[in-house]
Design a protein around this ligand. Sequence first.
Ligand SMILES: *Cc1c(COP(=O)(O)O)cnc(C)c1O
Length: 346
Amino acid sequence: MNFNIQNLIRENIKNMQPYSSARDEFQDYEEKMIYLDANENPNENGINRYPDTQQKAVKKILSEIKKVAKNQILLGNGSDEVLDLLFRAFCEPNKDNVITLPPTYGMYGVLANLNAVENKEVLLNDEFEPNIEQILSQVTAQTKIIFLCSPNNPTGNSFSDESIVTLLKNFNGLVVLDEAYIDFSSKESWLSEINDYPNLIISQTLSKAYGMAGIRLGILYASASIIEVLNKIKPPYNVNILTQNKALDKLANTKKIIKQVSDIQLEKEFLFKHFLQIKFIEKAFDSDANFILIKVDNANKRYQQLLENGIVVRNRSSQPLCDNCLRITIGTSAENLKLINTLKTL
Ligand SMILES: *Cc1c(COP(=O)(O)O)cnc(C)c1O
């Protein structure tokens, strides 16, 4: 292993001074000062001030829940933003490349495109596991990031520990492990490993298990030196006050979230059991997430029939290895019942 973060940072970013916001310079005094520095409207209404650029209160509570140091956390406007920052910090446009493993989350490829970075695709194998040898054979000096999504969207499975460790140990660039669905998985998060693997970056979100897709809060966990680079280039006020306050509010009561997650697990079992009884469903893939990928006789036809019955699912049949596959999110028990009853009539 010959990993050095300094070798990965783009030159322009190495030399860049971060934008220093008015409030950054005076954060220690926050409560007592008269703020005449940022051209805000002085009439207090809860949102007249710029938000905390470092989201200190949210990081404090996340650091307690996840048992990670505060300087190993980066927050952004959804996973989209924090993943985009990785491209901007480490991938030189029209020169560097990343590796993604279809079928997987589409945003990695979209962000690669947006940043003019080549996306080398290495398909998962028939068990939806990474093809380790093929991945490593695709690595060049310009390969900066490998994106792993585990549990994977849309397949729902988690990758084996062995696959993940082999990549971490044999790739000198960054390994991004997207754990958007980790709270639905029986497998442990890799969070506790960020101190052992300097090239490991973990991506999580409040959009799924935490029930806050609407506030847009994405999270990266990594070594303090990686987080420092990203902090330097992030837009200063990237997480607004409403989002920070709502996140604080909800994270203070994780009991409710844990209950919801276990209810969703029960509903998932209910759906699995009933899917098996429906003749045109050829297969329901095991899922460590809050959705189930099913293989049907004719995905376009079944998708359309469900639509006509007021049910929207995700047609993934155009994805590699996902012929005639639909991805179905676990809904409320009433919604799931309606789904099953509808499927039975088709
Ligand atoms: C839903 C999802 C996310 C979450 O994205 P946000 O921008 O945080 O809402 C991230 N990764 C994967 C694989 C997802 O499916």
